[in-house]
Ligand binder design. Sequence first.
Ligand code: G3P
Ligand code: CA
Length: 291
Amino acid sequence: MHARAVAATTTALLGTAALLLPAPHARAGIATRPTVIAHRGASALAPENTLAAVDKAAELGIGWVENDVQRTRDGALVVIHDDSLRRTTNVEEMFPNRAPWKVKDFTTAEIARLDAGSWFGPAYAGTRVPTLEQYVDRVERHHQRLLLEIKNPELYPGIELQTLKLLGNEGWLDRRHLAERLIVQSFSADSVRTVHALKPGVKTGFLGTPAMADLPGYAEFADQVNPSYSSISRGYVSAVHAFTGPHGRPVEVFTWTVNDADTARAVAGYGVDGIITNKPDVVREALTPGF
Ligand code: G3P
Ligand code: CA
């Protein structure tokens, strides 16, 4: 069925239930092809890697969000992209003598006091850096799916096991989540390999564009090869698809970070399986006009 027809049918079926549930629930489960993934949440519309960015993606009916996970000085997992707190929080103002303001040098309590929203816009003043626990709880509440990136794993020994333990404690490693709700990715092949070895049921992704000759090695531990859109062609995507991943299916391609309609249509034409974007509304409209 055409995606627009599916949406119409779903809306009709939801009927009175739509009055009881927030709108995001009604739409977030509807799939587009390729899959649209909100990068760092809907990060063109709300501060990246915050609960507000997850909420914005849900409001738009986007079923997948991507995030970045790192670790505090006292060992908590937090959701933030840079290894420094400087760009996306007011840490410089709050702790002027703590340059270069590395995530790993601040305690969880210190990070919890930072404003991670004002840099983006006054409407988001007071938004916090979420812990991974808070983040997955919010994603779960919206019935969304999570593309979790282990960021800078070389700075955080053991972060793979710690992340998996937290996901397990939060109910994210049950059969349903493993089958369709969770992918763990990293730019570090070692980190992806570690995740696969620790918990083979978890779907994994390697971030990068390996040489075609090296793809068989990646297919042993990665279900996805996720390259920058500027590095791929139809031939490359086909070459990736020709390999079978650790779960017995063709290796997929989620490409990043595509923020305009023309590029979205171009990479969709290459046959990618997912498009990671700061502007999920723009990409979805490009792929499925009038969705
Ligand atoms: O998910 C792909 C993308 O997040 C990789 O780049 O730097 O935004 O983490 P980056
Ligand atoms: Ca990322």
